[in-house]
Design a protein around this ligand. Structure first.
Ligand code: ATP
Ligand code: MG
Length: 396
């Protein structure tokens, strides 16, 4: 029989909070495998075991490899200790594992190997180094493989737990980070682009539950764009393993009014963004979120110069976190591909911020100029209008 051994790393470092982190991780693991009949999560001595259900280990492995907080996973052969385990039974399973690895590598010569052992149950005899040596000797006897403790091609790992012993040879990386939920809630400004879904994912990975706000300027941005943002919302909900509230704000009237006061339109994007932050801040407060998240990257476009980011940020008192700020576009694209949002993000869509904007927007907005334009409008009324035109879609 096989089981998944699930390791966590950073979770360990959190001292007094450890219990809280472990409970969250366990809850997320359980949710990840909830759709797999018979799958079950068990906590053991600093790791989790995920027992496969009817669909086998590969199905639980796929699900668990998407859970934030998981450092690495091994598909292990299990030997129950209730059967009155003796070391020979473990060596026999280790020989089987080594035989399977030799076949998998398919080399024309016998691959070099070593055995590593770890005992959680220190009462178990022999000791770990002895166990490795004796098990190695069994493998040499059965398969004639050369031992190489420095550069092995196959590493057979033995772990002696209290209820089971485990034998495995490979380890795959999990997404790392922290279990979603241990770092509180944030509100993501989610457009249909490439960057903002990645920004949301990066915050989820640091333990945040993400809610999202999308500004929709119908009919300038069409229904297809909204569908696309909902599709992105679903993908993020899947990663955080809980439903995500997506607030869709009717932005058309507000955007036109903002545009009208800017004259030549050079400051239009700055005004749009400031208004987006005001509305998103209100929604964040209503959703118990304590920070705003954007997909901005420094100097990627005119609105993202240091000067403009500074003037935009002054429209809110909430902290704005920009996890993509230091990324080159190519790095963000790489992440978008890895997390599965890229193919949706590149579907054709209309970007509401490019509406009514001249070819050469201001790259060095001055706060006093922006405030002078805004003073011609009743900004509080615009914010209230946006909030009144907000619908909430639950993405799951
Ligand atoms: P993205 O790929 O995320 O759209 P971008 O590089 O295209 O980012 P901009 O379009 O200038 O950059 O937007 C910067 C950030 O402002 C976005 O990452 C997003 O967080 C927010 N944003 C822009 N437009 C919208 C919108 N219509 N609704 C919600 N947020 C938006
Ligand atoms: Mg964009």
């Amino acid at each position: 029989m096989n089981v998944l051994l699930v390791r966590y790393s950073e979770v360990f470092l959190k001292g007094q909070n450890r219990g809280f982190f472990e409970r969250r991780l366990r809850q997320k693991l359980s949710r990840a495998v909830a759709g797999i009949s018979g799958a079950r999560v068990e906590g053991v001595h600093g790791r989790y075991l995920v027992w496969p259900g009817v669909d086998g280990v590969a199905a639980v492995e796929r699900a668990v490899s998407r859970v934030f907080g998981v450092a690495s996973i091994s598909n292990a052969r299990v030997i129950p200790r209730s059967a009155g385990i003796n070391p020979e039974a473990i060596y026999a399973v280790a020989v089987e594992e080594a035989r399977a690895e030799v076949a998998r590598l398919g080399l024309a010569r016998p691959p070099r190997f070593k055995v590593e052992s770890r005992r959680s149950d220190k009462r178990f005899q022999p000791t770990s180094p002895e166990l490795s040596r004796l098990c190695g000797a069994e493998i040499v006897r059965a398969l004639s493989l050369p031992v190489d403790v420095h550069k092995p091609e196959i590493t057979i790992n033995l772990e002696i737990g209290y209820d089971h012993a485990f034998v495995y040879s490979s380890q795959i990386a999990g997404p790392g980070g922290l279990p979603t939920g241990v770092s509180g809630r944030v509100e993501l400004l989610l457009s249909g682009g490439i960057d903002s879904p990645v920004a949301g994912w990066l915050m989820q990975k640091r333990g945040c539950v993400v809610g999202a706000t999308y500004f929709h300027s119908f009919p300038f941005t069409g229904e297809k764009t909204k569908d696309k943002v909902v599709a992105l919302g679903r993908k993020l909900a899947n990663w955080q393993l809980e439903p995500m509230a997506l607030s869709v704000v009717g932005f058309t009237d507000t955007q036109k009014k903002l545009r009208d006061v800017t004259g030549d339109g050079r400051l239009a994007v700055v005004l749009y963004r400031r208004q987006m932050l005001r509305v998103a801040s209100e929604l964040a407060k209503a959703h118990y979120a304590s920070a705003l998240i954007t997909g901005e990257a420094l100097a990627q476009v005119a609105s993202q110069t240091l000067e403009n980011l500074t003037v935009i940020a002054q429209a809110t008192t909430l902290p704005i976190l920009r996890p993509c700020i230091g990324h080159d576009k190519i790095e963000t694209i790489g992440l978008a591909e890895r997390i599965g949002t890229f193919e949706t993000s590149i579907l054709p869509y209309d970007d509401c911020c490019s509406l009514f904007v001249p070819k050469h927007p201001a790259t060095r907005a001055k706060l006093e100029d922006v405030l002078a334009l805004e003073s011609k409008l009743d900004i509080a009324a615009l914010t209230a209008d946006c909030l009144a035109k907000t619908e909430t879609i639950l993405c799951e």
